[in-house]
Write a protein that binds this ligand. Structure first.
Ligand code: FRU
Length: 511
C-alpha cells in the first residue's frame, strides 16, 4: 500500500498504525531484507513492547507482516514478557542445532523484559529483570519459537548483578577470523558495553567490556560493532562501535555517538588519536536514534537504519494513526577527513531509483543578501531529493529553505562563524507539543575549495541532510502545513553562491 496521510514518510518505513521505536533484527535472508522493530500492537505510544515485522526485496519497498514476537500477558491481562531490542542472524552452519535440513534457523537474540517475578527453565527471575533470550524461525521469519532454555543470559556479570533491571539490546555478528559469534550488549546506567562470544548462539561467555568513555551524559543503549576499510583500502581496516545515548545529545534528548578503534576478537579499544579524543556524533540532528546495521547483506555493504525520533518528545509528535518512522537505510564507510578517521554516510544508492521527475535545476546562481526563489514544478506533498553545491562566499549564513510557504520553512544552511552546516526547524510548522522542538541543530563541517556539497531528503515528517562527503549528517522531524512546498536560496550578511542545484520529486515507496 501507499499511505498518504499528512506527514506520512514516502521514502522509508513506518507501520500502518501504532507506535514504533528502535529497528531490531536487521538481517538479510533468502531474497528478503527483514526489518523487525519495537512496536506497540495496541496503541500509539510506547507500551506492550513486541517485535513488529516487515520485509523488503530492496530496502525501499516494504510489506508489513503480523508482529513476530507479540507481548505476553497473563489471564488477568498483566504483562508477563515484553520483547525489547535485539538482533538476528541466519545460522547457515546450524551451529545452534535449531535448524533442519534445508531450513537454516533465523535466530533472534533480544532482551526479554519480565515485569513480574517468575521461574523459567528452572531459573528464578526477579520482577523487573531484563535478560537476553533467543527465538528462532524455520520459515523465513513468519513464525517464531522461543528457545526452551531461555533466558540464555540470565543476569549481568557478577560485579554488575545489581543492574539486572538494566541490561539490554544485544547485537550479534559473525566474527570470521575466529569463527565465532560475537554479541555486544549494554549496561545503560554504567555506560558499559559488554562483549560476549559463542560457538552455538546458545551458551555465551563474557569476553570484555568497554566504557565509560566519550559522552556519558545519558544512559547507553543499542550498541553495534562492525569493521570497515579506511578510505576504501582493504588493507587498512578499523572497527566502529556505535552507541546510542539518552539524553545528552548536542541537539537535545537522545542521539548516537560512535567510537573508531580496533577489535581483536575479544576486546574493543578506542583509537583516541584517530578521532582526536573528541566525541563523534553519528547524526547531529535531533531525530536519529537506536541505529544499527544489517547482518548478511549479500554485497557486503554496511547498511544502517535508525529510528527517526527522540525520547524527549517522541510520544507527542503529531502523527496518527502511526507514530514513528525508520530512516532511509544509509551506506557507511570510513574516510580520513581533516586528518581524522570519520564515519561517512550516504543514503542507500538505490534511492535514486525513486526519482520521479526533475523538478528544479540551476547551473549556478549568485545569492545577494535576501531570498532567491527557486522555480520548481513539484506538487505539495511530494517527497524531494535535492543535490546542492553551496558556495557560502562572504555570507554569514547561506543555504536553502525547503517546504516553504507563507513564512513557514525548514532551513538548511552554512554558518560561516561556527563552521557548521545546520538544520533549522524553528519555523518549520507544528512545534507546540514540546518546548525544545523548535530549534536549530549544528554539525561541524569544513568547506572544500570554498564549497559545501549537500544531499537533502525532504520527506513527509522529516528532513535529512548529508553534507560534505557525508561526515556531517543531520536528521530532524518537521511538521509543516500541507501546502508548504516552495524552495528558495538565501544569504545573510554577504553574497553567497550555488554552483549546482538539482531537485527531484520522489516516487513513494510501498509500505
Ligand atoms: C532504546 C530502548 C532500548 C530498549 C527499547 C525498548 O530506544 O530504550 O534500550 O530495548 O528502547 O522499547
Amino acid at each position: 500500500a501507499v499511505y498518504r496521510e499528512h506527514h506520512r514518510p514516502q521514502l522509508s518505513f513506518s507501520p500502518e498504525r501504532n507506535w514504533m521505536n528502535d529497528p531490531n533484527g536487521l538481517v538479510y535472508h533468502d531474497g528478503e531484507y527483514h526489518l523487525f522493530y519495537q512496536f506497540n500492537p495496541s496503541g500509539n505510544a510506547w507500551g506492550d513492547m513486541s517485535w513488529g515485522h516487515a520485509v523488503s526485496p530492496d530496502l525501499l519497498n516494504w510489506s508489513e507482516l503480523p508482529p513476530a514476537l507479540p507481548v505476553e500477558k497473563d489471564a488477568k491481562g498483566a504483562i508477563t514478557q515484553m520483547f525489547f531490542s535485539g538482533s538476528a542472524v541466519v545460522d547457515h552452519a546450524n551451529a545452534s542445532g535449531l535448524g533442519q535440513p534445508g531450513k537454516p534457523a533465523m535466530v533472534a537474540l533480544y532482551t526479554a523484559m519480565f515485569p513480574q517475578a517468575r521461574t523459567l527453565a528452572g531459573k528464578t527471575i526477579q520482577a523487573g529483570t531484563q535478560a537476553q533470550s533467543l527465538a528462532y524461525s524455520l520459515d523465513r521469519g513468519r513464525s517464531w519459537t522461543q528457545y526452551p532454555g531461555n533466558p540464555v543470559i540470565e543476569l549481568p556479570p557478577a560485579p554488575y548483578a545489581a543492574e539486572y533491571r538494566d541490561f539490554r539490546d544485544p547485537k550479534l555478528f559473525w566474527h570470521e577470523p575466529q569463527k565465532k559469534w560475537v554479541m555486544v550488549a549494554v549496561l545503560p546506567n554504567l555506560h558499559k558495553a559488554l562483549f560476549y562470544s559463542s560457538r552455538d548462539l546458545l551458551k555465551w561467555e563474557l569476553m570484555s567490556e568497554f566504557g565509560p568513555a566519550g559522552s556519558v551524559s545519558g544512559i547507553w543503549e543499542c550498541p553495534d560493532l562492525f569493521e570497515l576499510p579506511v578510505d576504501g583500502d582493504p588493507a587498512r581496516r578499523k572497527w566502529v562501535l556505535v552507541m546510542s545515548q539518552n539524553p545528552g545529545h548536542p541537539a537535545g534528548g537522545s542521539g548516537t555517538q560512535y567510537f573508531v578503534g580496533d577489535f581483536d576478537g575479544t576486546r574493543f579499544t578506542w583509537d583516541r588519536a584517530a578521532s582526536d579524543g573528541q566525541v563523534q556524533w553519528l547524526d547531529y540532528g535531533a531525530d536519529f536514534y537506536a541505529g544499527v546495521t544489517y547482518n548478511g547483506v549479500p554485497d557486503g555493504r554496511r547498511l544502517l537504519v535508525g529510528w527517526m525520533n527522540n525520547w524527549l518528545y517522541g510520544q507527542q509528535v503529531p502523527t496518527t494513526p502511526w507514530r514513528g518512522a525508520q530512516s532511509v537505510p544509509r551506506e557507511l564507510s570510513l574516510a580520513t577527513v581533516d586528518g581524522k578517521i570519520r564515519l561517512v554516510q550516504q543514503p542507500l544508492a538505490e534511492l535514486k531509483r525513486q526519482r520521479a521527475q526533475r523538478v528544479a535545476e540551476l547551473a549556478s546562481a549568485q545569492v545577494a543578501p535576501g531570498v532567491l526563489p527557486v522555480q520548481s514544478s513539484s506538487a505539495a506533498g511530494d517527497a524531494l531529493e535535492i543535490e546542492l553545491r553551496l558556495q557560502p562566499g562572504s555570507a554569514r549564513y547561506s543555504g536553502i529553505r525547503v517546504q516553504a510557504h507563507g513564512g513557514q520553512y525548514t532551513e538548511v544552511g552554512y554558518d560561516r562563524e561556527k563552521g557548521t552546516v545546520y538544520l533549522d526547524r524553528s519555523r518549520a510548522g507544528q512545534a507546540g507539543f514540546h518546548a525544545d522542538f523548535a530549534a536549530r541543530h549544528h554539525a561541524p563541517v569544513a568547506l572544500r575549495s570554498g564549497q559545501l556539497p549537500m544531499r537533502i531528503l525532504v520527506d513527509g515528517g522529516s528532513v535529512t541532510v548529508f553534507a560534505g562527503q557525508g561526515e556531517a549528517v543531520l536528521t530532524d522531524q518537521v511538521f509543516p502545513g500541507r501546502t508548504s512546498k516552495d524552495m528558495a536560496l538565501f544569504s545573510e550578511g554577504g553574497t553567497a553562491g550555488v554552483t549546482g542545484l538539482s531537485a527531484w520529486s520522489m516516487k513513494p515507496v510501498q509500505l
